[in-house]
Design a protein around this ligand. Structure first.
Ligand code: DP6
Length: 360
């Protein structure tokens, strides 16, 4: 499919007013997306676990505009209060998606949004937020064009979400999502995420992710700036090739449930992501001392107990502790005894792999 396939031909119905409501989860990448081309095209393919508890709930109230005004008309309410500083991001998003959903200009929109995770927890809400908003927009389009199939709906929601934030395209469906063209993954695309099409061992069907909030403040360098620093980066080409290769390596690991190899690959991906940051020009470090303390504690614990607990990182200081259901009790005990001390105000969030967004 190409971008053109997402442009609507005609709408069979008209619509005056209404309200749509969706909840979309966050996701955590196993093979990381880092580096992009124009129009939110990823420089390499990635794969993620869709999460469950960390989510954004968004409702959009729409009412047909009476006059032929130009520009978009929308208000934004975040956690019950108007939030002017989020508006430019939504404005840019609407500009990017307009040609695919031209009807958004015909309505006055009120967007009400809230996150399940605490404000300024250091958890990026762009993936779940852009996914939830895209699903609301698609819900309106589905009412204008009821012939749309469920697959077309999800694919276009992912396509739109990508234009808001790359990783958001992996937050529409569950439970393992691949995004980015890869030779060996049939149906994979740079334009949207797809459900991972290969066999997945039951151990990965209810995997846990406990997110340790090491640093809740604003990051010094945004993901968008970080992605751009991959342009002209001395190790960029090698890194992009490595991501393709790691997706190949992951296939038998996910099929067989080989936890040792899974942990080695996922941790290496996390550290490679941060190595790219440290070797950018200008260089930067998003990890904090607590991040490194936690990583070392996890390695020690694994060596001493043989229990399959590993970590991954996103573009920040927080640590995602990943472990299978079978070791849940030991892992939580270990986190409470040894890792919580490195969390800001002792805060952490318990999440697990989830089945994707849902309409409310
Ligand atoms: C490190 O999706 O936040 O989490 O496309 O600029 O919005 P934009 O970037 P974003 O980048 C996420 C980067 C990452 C890795 C990943 O999720 O794959």
């Amino acid at each position: 499919m190409t971008e053109k396939d997402f442009q609507p031909k005609h709408y069979s119905l008209t619509l005056e007013e209404g309200r749509v409501n969706w909840k979309a989860p966050s996701n955590i990448a196993l093979v990381k997306y880092w580096g992009k081309h124009a129009d939110q095209i990823p420089a390499n393919p990635s794969i993620s676990f869709t999460l469950d508890a960390c989510a954004t709930t968004t409702s959009v109230t729409y009412k047909k505009r009476s006059s032929t005004k130009t520009g978009f008309s929308f208000d934004l309410i975040f956690e019950g209060k108007p939030k002017a500083d989020f508006k430019p991001k939504i404005q840019t998003f609407f500009e990017r998606i307009e040609r695919y959903v031209p009807f958004i200009k015909d309505y006055d929109l009120v967007i009400e949004t809230s996150n399940s995770f605490p404000h300024s927890s250091g958890i990026a809400s762009s993936a779940s937020g852009m996914a939830a908003l895209s699903l609301c927009v698609m819900d309106i389009e589905k009412q204008l064009n009821p012939e749309m199939t469920k697959d077309q709906f999800s694919r276009k929601a992912s396509f739109l979400a990508r234009l808001g934030s790359g990783s958001a395209c992996r937050s529409i469906e569950g439970d393992l999502i691949a995004w980015g063209a890869h030779e060996e993954i049939p149906g994979s695309s740079n334009l949207y995420g797809i459900k991972y099409p290969f066999e997945v061992h039951p151990t990965f069907k209810n995997y846990h992710d406990t997110i340790l909030l090491v640093h809740k403040g604003q990051k010094q360098v945004s993901s968008t700036v970080g992605h751009n620093l991959m342009k002209g980066h001395p190790f960029a080409e090698e890194r992009f090739q490595q991501a393709h290769h790691n997706l190949d390596r992951l296939r038998p690991i996910l099929a067989d449930g080989n936890l040792d190899e899974f942990m080695a690959l996922v941790e290496s991906e996390a550290l490679t992501l941060h190595a790219m940051m440290m070797t950018s020009t200008p260089y930067f470090i998003l990890m904090k001392p607590g991040t490194l303390e936690i990583i070392n504690k996890i390695w020690e614990f694994r060596k001493e107990t043989g229990i399959s607990v590993c970590f991954t990182l996103d573009a920040g200081a927080n640590v995602h502790v990943l472990y299978p259901e079978s070791v849940k009790e030991e892992a939580i005990q270990f986190i409470q005894d040894e890792l919580v001390v490195y969390c800001e105000n002792g805060h952490y969030l318990c999440d697990q792999i989830g089945s994707g967004a849902r309409k409310l």
